[in-house]
Write a protein that binds this ligand. Sequence first.
Ligand code: DQQ
Length: 712
Amino acid sequence: MNPHALRVAALTVGEWTPEQTAAYDWLAGEAASVEAVALDDLSPSDLAAYDVAWWHRDRPLDWEAFDPTAAAPALTGYLEDGGGLLLTLHGLSAVEPLGIDSVPPDAVGHESTPAPSGYLVKRVHADHPVFEGLDDAFHTRGADTDTAFARYESVVPARGDILAAGRVGDDSLVGHKPLVEWRVGTGRVLGAGTGLSFSNVRDYACAATRERFVLNCLGSLAGPRRRAFTDRPASGEGFRAVREKLATDHHRPGYHLAAPAGWLNDPNGLIEHEGTYHVFYQYNPAGPYHGAIHWGHATSEDLLSWDDQPVALAPDPEGPDRDGCWSGCAVHDDDGTPTILYTGGRHRRQLPCLATATDDDLSGWEKDPRNPIIDAAPSGLDVLETDDWEAEFRDHCVWKQDGRWYQIIGSGLHGTGGCALLYEGEALDDWRFVGVLHRATAPDAGAVWECPELLDLGDAQLLHVSNYDKVRYFLGDSDLDAPGFDVHESGLLDHGDFYAPQSLATSDGRHLMWGWLPEARALDAQWEAGWSGLLSVPRELTTEGGAFVQRPARELAALRDRHAETGDLALTAGSHRALDLAGNRYELAVELDREPGTTLELGLFESPAGSERTVLRWTEDALVVDRSRASHDDRTSTEEQRAPVAGDSLSVRVFVDRSTVEVFANEATCLTSRVYPTRVDADGVTLTADGRVEGTLDAWELRGTFPAGQTQ
Ligand code: DQQ
């Protein structure tokens, strides 16, 4: 709306401060009218004559002294009828007492920064009118300017959209959440908690940006052209709108599960319930970085197409999970009710918490009022204490055996390294520590074991743990009475970008595993992309003839679309073959024999001139992913990845999906890689060899499985 036509109610409690006087006086020179309206005894009709209300407050409000009983319903009524409210600096703290959000900002005070400060725009909100005419990162306040502030840091609002993070100089403060938008009826509330001083101005470039930004806020709140978009949707249509925002990104996966936007890490709570598969995942709605962890949720009938569901678990500002709902699992309890056991984080404690499903869609979860259900890490053990945590003690794998419940929890022991702690119980809320099921022995086993999981594969049991770097597996037999794990074989589940996997026990008796495929690019590249992390394709885990087998889940065959290549493959020294594939969404299946001493190269993500190219190389004793020329973007990893393979015969399946490559060699050795060619046309695939290679080759283009957010 034209700022010069704005009629603004300047909200106030008591006398205007010099800062309020400066702000409202400035606005009086820009808008049609600015009139003081006292909040103390506001009545519903008081705001009817205004296009927008602004509460700029540079002093903390004493809610003991100010009773919002009149103001709250009057403001709510005004908003529900389409009004607009801007809350700046400490005004942002009013969202809770005014009934706009149950979670108020947790960081309030005064600050001054050594460099200019302001806001860093969140990708999915880049087209929001508050950012009209502004850069993706903009400074509203000069260096060394003491100003009041209020923002969300450790917590996130329960329902507001976070539009931007913080910025100081060239540093991105992604964990700061100073700019939030709420919908109330047809009205809107904007909270802008930092970098807005009108009385203490020394940097005039910042002042001009600040004025533009505040006028944008007021104009967009007042105008009739309200943006319907939210990145915290509750319906399929809402999720589609979020995915559409990222649709032009040629690195977004087409058949892998990524969050609608924002951050995803570990898969959690995998469960089949009444014929539907449920995948939950560690999710941050505030942006594409790890923080304020919620449980995202997606469902599938076929393990291929996923439907986004509303967030299942959110941190409770009053609860033991205030700082995050960390990893855990889901089981059917003794009555058949789906139940989640997860790790709640608060300050320096991480402890087990329970939640029970309240519906069969698994969309409603009731947290147990007795949480945490285990009060502390076992006292008789020297459990590792770190700067962050009183005890490293998290992540859960729960199962029932011979009428008793068991669980293992990830931990670490001082001086020894990672371990999996065994508990047993009569019920899911009643646990007794039994002992250490298994602990690190090799020096590279890691200081802490995260996300331990124990699976019964029939011939043997599989214990796997994530050791901050890789996922180490042990094949053997567990003893749950005199706790221990007899290891027959051990290794890595994957030699590349694959972490914190979890498995689903399907009703047809299979173990399907998904891992988190983290980004292999810098945090600012992730912020720009607007999303981070995806889940692997599901892997079927078995033992055959005593050997551990990992192969792509059989369901994946249904993704095959155009059968682009089939038949014999014969290469000789120096020969070169380009495959008939395009679009970086495909599967290759190759069976090969080679003349000893031959190296074979599979070129992936090749640009037309070859300046960008990722190479999967079969060397004498390994499969190697060479990313040294994978991307012109120097914020992406060039690290070489290597998985051992022996002999001169190789059976390999490769799944490529836009920025991922997953290699299954000889149904046992996996190598997952993230790559980010800058060019959309970097989709060439070639084979070259320096000796004789013979075999068969099949290649299929794969269909995408998300209804929206697809680059075609
Ligand atoms: N991720 C979770 C933790 C777990 C780690 C936090 C592994 O529970 O230990 O997001 O990636």
